[in-house]
Write a protein that binds this ligand. Structure first.
Ligand SMILES: *Cc1c(COP(=O)(O)O)cnc(C)c1O
Length: 402
């Protein structure tokens, strides 16, 4: 696929091939749908009627689980939830209208006034804004810790009620040692929640490493086509039940059946898309690493952190820092194939300059521990021809040199 192979050899995780194989087969089939369609139908209905008084009573009392109203269960969204639960090795999943819907519903369902939430630094910017702007209104305090420093996280656990992880983190892709942190948190009765959007359940299954709840922005690789905003949380039936009975039903950020159908369709090709994003991103990261105008690469594959052990592969999102001689806005404007835009995980390549995105969250860098270099540029490497993408980056770097 490449004219010149990467100048490094990434040893494949021993469990990788088996995982890709098992997921590929799982995602190709649906079972037990009425009339045996190969694709789950879209149940575009707001409510489901009952034939008899007793049926309604059985549903309302919880004796029988059946769809009643689409702010609760809907058969199409339930198919998506079932799929994600299978992929994560979870008892249950609950889907939401956005990743933020899933994150806010999870945190607010499980925490109460007076609780302390411990979060790793460099979490996704809107998760940070939720924690800074909204949680204090509910009397929930948030502390941040360097997630790469396992001992520092463990030292900060006492008095916390929840540990919020994201491995790797946003923008700078810092890793966390999931088995160690999950075990330490469990020993102290601290619930662990992990945002797994970057790795997807194909390349990281946090529940198998002791994490209690795993979240995704399904808007990214799970949907995979930049046409849907959605989120999902997975874990034990008891924890998902707590979310179902409080924030899920009362805040009402439910996923629509049509979007659930788009996500199910996106999932069919996940095991084909990911290795392509991965290979192209690694080839580009490796060449950038050797480029004279590039100071630093932030990509989990080039890290020695023990947090790499739970990643069976990598994906298409990473960042790099250019040296002082590069005019960052000039570089961004000179790109032709990389479009300037937020989000990631779709077919198309995208670029985000930290210099611009930091304007969104001025308080982010105010906390010194969060500092992100204004010379940092995040790339999402899409499904285009990798040599064309590389030529685009190379010509833009040359053009933008001061
Ligand atoms: C995009 C993103 C989110 C938020 O998801 P939405 O679907 O946009 O609400 C959460 N976490 C990470 C890591 C993300 O990249």
């Amino acid at each position: 696929m490449f004219e010149s192979p990467p100048s490094f050899a990434v040893p494949a995780h021993p469990a990788r091939a088996k995982r890709l194989a098992e997921v590929a087969t799982l995602l190709a089939h649906d079972e037990d749908l009425p009339l045996d369609p190969v694709v789950p139908p879209i149940y575009q209905t707001s409510l489901f009627t009952f034939r008899r008084y007793q049926d309604m009573e059985e549903a309302f009392s919880g004796q029988v689980r059946r769809p009643v109203y689409s702010r609760g269960d809907n058969p199409t969204t339930m198919e998506f939830e079932k799929r994600i639960a299978q992929l994560e090795g979870a008892e249950e999943s609950r889907a939401f209208s956005s990743g933020m819907g899933a994150i806010s519903a999870t945190v607010l369902a499980l925490l109460r006034s007076g609780d302390r939430l411990l979060a790793v630094r460099h979490i996704y910017s809107d998760t940070f804004r939720l924690f800074q702007r909204l949680l204090p209104k509910f009397g929930i305090m948030v502390d941040y810790v360097d997630g790469t420093d396992t001992e520092a996280v463990i030292r900060s656990l006492p008095t916390a009620s929840m540990l919020f992880l994201e491995s790797p983190t946003s923008m700078v892709f810092e890793l966390q040692d999931l088995p160690k942190l999950a075990a330490a948190a469990r020993a102290q009765g601290v619930v662990t929640v992990l945002d797994n959007s970057w790795a997807t359940p194909v390349f990281q299954q946090p529940l198998l490493h002791g994490v209690d709840l795993v979240l995704h922005s399904a808007s990214k690789y799970i949907g995979g086509h930049s046409d849907t905003v959605a989120g999902v949380v997975s874990g034990s039936a008891a924890l998902i039940q707590q979310i179902n009975q409080t924030t899920y039903s009362m805040f009402g950020a439910k996923l629509s059946p049509f979007e659930a159908w788009l996500l199910l369709r996106g999932l069919r090709t996940l095991t084909l898309r990911l290795p392509r994003h991965e290979a192209s991103a690694l080839a580009i990261a490796d060449r950038l690493r050797q480029h004279p105008l590039v100071d630093r690469i932030h990509h989990p594959t080039f890290s020695n952190h023990p947090g790499r052990a739970t990643l069976l592969g990598s994906t298409g999102l990473f960042s790099f820092e250019v040296d002082e001689s590069v005019d960052v806005p000039g570089f961004i404007d000179a790109l032709k194939l990389f479009r300037i835009g937020v989000s990631w995980g779709g077919h198309e390549s995208l670029v985000v300059p930290a210099m611009a995105s930091l304007h969104q969250t001025p308080d982010y860098n105010a906390l010194a521990r969060f500092s992100v270099s204004p010379r940092l540029i995040r790339l999402h490497v899409g499904l285009e021809d990798v040599e064309s993408l590389w030529s685009d980056l190379e010509q833009a770097l040359t053009q933008a040199t001061l």
